[in-house]
Design a protein around this ligand. Structure first.
Ligand code: SF4
Length: 177
């Protein structure tokens, strides 16, 4: 029998809820079977939930993005005095040691913490869809060349292939540093 060839899995970060962990505000998850099973053959996932990390717990009150004097803040949907922006930014900074050891990151779409684009944001009480989650934004600032995608965009076969290729190239590049 021919020897089984073993493909080395590449470590990447991922929003915990996409793996089926019950960390969402309502105690639910957003298990993504394609990401877990098919992409899971290529990637070794490092799961992380910033909202759990900063101690919001489950269940928790929902949060949303608002624009205050051209600055994005993340506050309680009901109580806008409950502001977790700085805690999420600090949380991102604290994760840099392990994120330095990964080669890509898959985020949950639309989240005020994890969304990488088109997140709902309220400007003068007008809803727009061009925000970026606070934690994701901070990770992008810390690691501007790290390949990132959200789970929704990975449904597109071209974007998916591009992401996998970018992760492989980024790993090679980093290993040559
Ligand atoms: S989207 Fe991010 S913050 Fe929200 S439950 Fe998933 S991992 Fe946690």
């Amino acid at each position: 029998m021919p020897a089984e060839s073993k493909v080395e899995k590449i470590p990447i970060g991922i929003s915990s809820c996409l793996l089926g962990e019950k960390v969402r505000y309502d105690g639910g998850h957003k298990y993504n079977s394609y990401i877990v099973t098919t992409l899971g053959n290529r990637f070794e996932y490092r799961s992380f939930c910033p909202e759990m990390n900063i101690g919001l717990g489950v269940p928790r009150n929902t949060i949303r993005l608002i624009d205050v004097d051209n600055q994005t803040r993340c506050v309680g949907t009901v109580d806008s005095d409950f502001d977790v922006t700085d805690r999420l930014k600090t949380c991102a900074t604290e994760q840099t040691p392990w994120i330095s050891t990964i080669y890509g990151y898959i985020f949950k779409k639309g989240s005020p913490s994890c969304g990488i684009e088109k997140v709902k944001i309220y400007r003068n009480e007008q809803l727009e869809r061009n925000g970026i989650g606070i934690y994701a934004r901070a990770i992008m600032d810390h690691f501007p060349t790290l390949p990132i995608e959200d789970e929704d965009r990975l449904n597109d076969p071209l974007i998916r292939e591009c992401f996998i290729e970018n992760v492989i190239l980024y790993k090679r590049w980093r290993e040559q540093q």
